[in-house]
Design a protein around this ligand. Structure first.
Ligand code: IPE
Ligand code: MG
Length: 230
């Protein structure tokens, strides 16, 4: 979700106004995903690198995160959304950590859209924490070296039990991954749009999904092989 700051600057508003407008886009995209029967929606809300922003902006983002979560959670629950946070949480305030855990517990048995929110997350962090956990299990004799293959390693990552993303959307004209799902996006279709996040609404989302439907996913095979199997 990128472009909140520029969206605000364009309007002569403080950056935080862009983040607030970004929350409205989040609500609409979650709602649309649920309506369209999307299985999993992951949002990159705050990266490990975002801590280096001006302290006032970080503080504003934390407050917004806390208020938005507490305000929206009832509605999300009512709509059958199952929420999950991924990332290194220990750096957040105790009350924010509690809100996150409460939201997960409340919605744990829901069967609708799975909503993954990445906070203080980084793709490299994810791979590194998985390595550490594997090393630990190895040291304790719980696993043996020969069993470490891609599928096995995957089971230590944050999205272990969820399908790999089919579509990766990056807003605001930037064309990079910025340390998001580095492992999981190996075969994701990438979609870049100039639209700033606060303006990324149902219409823009549907355009991205339509674009996705025109892609042929080959996973290393030839186009002929794919055509003859369908
Ligand atoms: C994304 O918008 C929101 C967060 C990282 C929390 P930005 O804040 O990065 O917006 P720009 O890139 O400055 O426009
Ligand atoms: Mg940005």
């Amino acid at each position: 979700m990128d472009g909140n700051g520029r969206w605000a600057s364009q309007r002569g508003l403080p950056r935080i106004a862009g983040h607030k407008a970004g929350v409205d886009a989040v609500r609409e995209i979650i709602q649309t995903s649920a309506e369209l029967g999307i299985e999993v929606l992951s949002l990159f809300a705050f990266s490990s690198e975002n801590w280096s922003r001006p302290p006032l902006e970080v503080k504003g983002l934390m407050t917004l995160f806390f208020t938005a979560l507490n305000k929206e959670i009832k509605n999300l629950h009512k709509n059958g959304v199952r929420i999950r946070f991924i990332g290194e949480r220990s750096r957040f305030s105790q009350k924010l950590q509690t809100s996150m855990t409460d939201a997960e517990t409340l919605t744990a048995d829901n069967t609708g859209l799975i909503l993954v929110i990445a906070v203080n997350y980084g793709g490299r962090w994810d791979i590194t924490q998985a390595c550490r956990a594997v090393a630990n299990d190895l040291k304790q004799g719980l696993i043996d070296e020969a069993s470490i293959d891609e599928t096995f390693f995957q089971s230590y990552l944050s999205l272990r039990d969820l399908p790999e993303p089919d579509l990766f959307i990056r807003t605001s004209g930037e064309q990079r991954m910025s340390n998001f799902f580095l492992w999981q996006c190996a075969y994701s279709e990438l979609f870049f749009t100039d639209c700033f996040w606060p303006d990324f609404r149902r219409e823009q989302y549907e355009q991205a999904l339509e674009d996705y439907q025109t892609r042929q996913r080959r996973f290393g095979k030839t186009a002929d092989q794919i055509d003859s199997s369908s």
